[in-house]
Ligand binder design. Structure first.
Ligand code: DCS
Length: 282
């Protein structure tokens, strides 16, 4: 049986019904998180839930539960669905109200849904790397909010997929920002560069784990903007996300960057990242 969460209750999936005037459905007015589960245990759950509460605050939404209540309920769902290696997806929309752009009354509670999915680690791609395509970043200027509004991201990912690529590398003019659903990193002469955590990117939890690893391992990092030209002349490129972990990019479509195989620093980060998974999740 597949269970889901609807407004604080665990239900069978076919019993969970959402109103057609849910503001998430009509406006994309809400926020979400994707948390990794390894071996039946959450990885970096506190960091994800902290970001969720921050996103809520940024859009003026008060979540109808405490951090601990939420974490416990999510853990119950993972247990109930017997997730081994997978994810939990959770979202809060601003709730159900007659369609008007401005926020509804304070007494309208956010609508909370969550489900789990079995998802093995992408071992083949982690080992061999993936291809990516450069796509202009035409999203709004609050990419730091993990909003349900993903049209810009989706359109970029589709463009990449149609070119046979795993990810879109977004750039605003000549500056690389991030991936359509990941953060972007380059390595040049032993130094890692990634876009600073501004309003132009989502400050990924995987990104933060990688920055911690770099500190521990004395790998130099610059959280600085870098150009498309720097990307294409980098020694290594990798992306990072909850589902993709530390994923080597071995080719940028068009053939401007073609490493062919994952780089040494990328592989080192992968190895330490894997250790962190084992430490937290067994
Ligand atoms: N940037 C964007 C635009 C993202 O959507 C994501 C994650 C990231 C960066 C990386 O953040 P995390 O390291 O915290 O995952 N996107 C999630 C998603 O929509 N599906 O899986 C991960």
């Amino acid at each position: 049986m597949n269970y889901v969460i609807l407004n604080g209750q665990i239900l069978e999936r076919n019993e969970a019904k959402v109103d057609i005037e849910d503001r998430g459905y009509q406006f994309g007015d809400g926020i979400y998180e994707v948390i990794r589960v390894y071996n039946g245990t959450f990885f970096t759950a506190d960091e994800h839930l902290t970001r969720l509460f921050e996103s809520a605050e940024k859009i003026g939404m008060t979540l109808p539960c405490t951090f601990e209540e939420l974490k416990n309920l999510l853990a119950s769902l993972v247990q109930r669905n017997k997730v081994n290696d997978g994810i939990i997806y959770l979202q809060f929309s601003r709730g159900v109200a007659a369609r008007q752009h401005h926020y509804p009354d304070k007494n309208v509670e956010p609508a909370f849904t969550a489900y789990t999915k079995e998802m093995p680690r992408p071992k083949d791609k982690l080992e061999n790397g993936v291809q990516a395509k450069l796509v202009e970043d035409v999203r709004w200027l609050r990419c730091d909010i993990k909003s349900l509004n993903l049209l810009g991201n989706i359109m970029a990912k589709q463009e990449a997929a149609e070119a046979g690529c795993f990810e879109a590398i977004l750039h605003r003019g000549d500056k690389v920002t991030e991936g359509s659903s990941s953060n972007m990193f380059i390595v040049k002469d032993g130094t890692i560069k990634t876009h600073p955590a501004t309003n132009l990117i989502l400050n990924g939890i995987t990104r933060r784990v990688i920055l911690d690893i770099c500190k521990e391992q004395n790998i130099p990092v610059q959280e600085e903007e870098f150009t498309v030209e720097e990307l294409l002349s980098a020694d290594e490129i990798f992306l990072a996300s909850t589902t993709s972990e530390v994923m080597p990019i071995v080719k940028v479509t068009g053939g401007e960057f073609e490493a062919g195989e994952p780089g040494e620093i990328t592989k080192k980060l992968q190895a330490v990242f894997e250790k962190k998974i084992t430490q937290q999740c067994g």
